[in-house]
Ligand binder design. Structure first.
Ligand SMILES: C[S@@+](CC[C@H](N)C(=O)[O-])C[C@H]1O[C@@H](n2cnc3c(N)ncnc32)[C@H](O)[C@@H]1O
Length: 231
């Protein structure tokens, strides 16, 4: 029931926020293009690699990924969101193969991707699944030693202020300033150690950063994680 309601509310959200142009998220630009003491991505591997943008939304990160030389693929939760984004991406000259699916069931074959990006999306956890289900599923579609880049919320980010705490780091949203995710369950993390303990079963070379941004009253706090699938 929550899933159907959320799909319909999310369709509505993107139908209204349907602009011609889209612009990438800062941490995504930094992760792919920056050089930092703890993160040195090998840009020579981008051209011709397949990247999945999991929960890609309006596709705001896809023009960047295409410009970097990736073959771009995406998953969203409804055909409506995919149709809307496909039209926009066509106009922008960004080829992308998009399919309808969920974090816990990604509609692409095993080992297809050299990279998976999940920008503010992989921590949406469907009933009957866990965050680990999503990590397993991400690993399934990643190639040997493929790279996973994602953000996950800190336990005290804006959207969890009034959320209902559930056991084991899960939270049920009771409020959403953007008004389309009430009832949805998020997995959030308090510490780097908790992230490492959760990711290290499937991933290695785990590099962690964080963003603490106050966007004029929206105080967003997210961890940024870059890691490689264990071979
Ligand atoms: C905060 S938005 C981020 C969208 C996009 N990655 C971006 O950075 O603009 C979260 C996205 O995750 C999608 N989503 C929600 N639940 C999901 C699930 N269970 N599996 C996959 N995607 C999901 C939503 O439709 C939404 O577009």
């Amino acid at each position: 029931m929550v899933i159907e309601k959320t799909i319909s509310a999310t369709n509505q959200f993107y139908a209204v926020r349907n602009s011609d142009y889209v612009y990438p998220v800062e941490f995504v630009v930094r992760a792919f293009l920056g050089t930092y003491p703890n993160l040195k991505m090998d840009r020579s591997t981008y051209a011709g690699s397949k990247i999945l943008d999991l929960g890609y939304g309006d596709g705001r990160n896809m023009p960047l990924l295409f410009n970097l030389g990736f073959d771009v693929y995406g998953v969203e939760i409804s055909d409506e969101i995919n149709e809307l984004a496909s039209k926009r991406l066509l106009k922008l000259g960004v080829p992308a193969t998009v399919r309808t699916g969920r974090n816990a069931s990604i509609p692409f074959e095993e080992g297809l991707f050299q990279y998976v990006l999940a920008c503010h999306s992989c921590y949406y956890v469907d009933e009957g699944t866990t965050f680990e289900t999503t990590l397993d599923e991400t690993c399934r579609v990643l190639d040997k030693e493929g790279t996973f880049i994602c953000s996950v919320p800190m336990h005290d980010t804006y959207i969890l202020q009034d959320a209902e705490p559930l056991p084991n780091g899960y939270w049920r949203l009771t409020n959403d300033p953007y008004n389309y995710r009430k009832g949805v369950v998020f997995r959030a993390f308090k510490t780097e150690e908790e992230i490492r303990a959760t990711f290290e079963k499937q991933f290695k070379d785990i590099i962690i950063g964080f963003c603490d941004d106050n966007f004029f009253g929206v105080h967003q706090k997210v961890w940024i994680i870059v890691c490689k699938k264990k071979s």
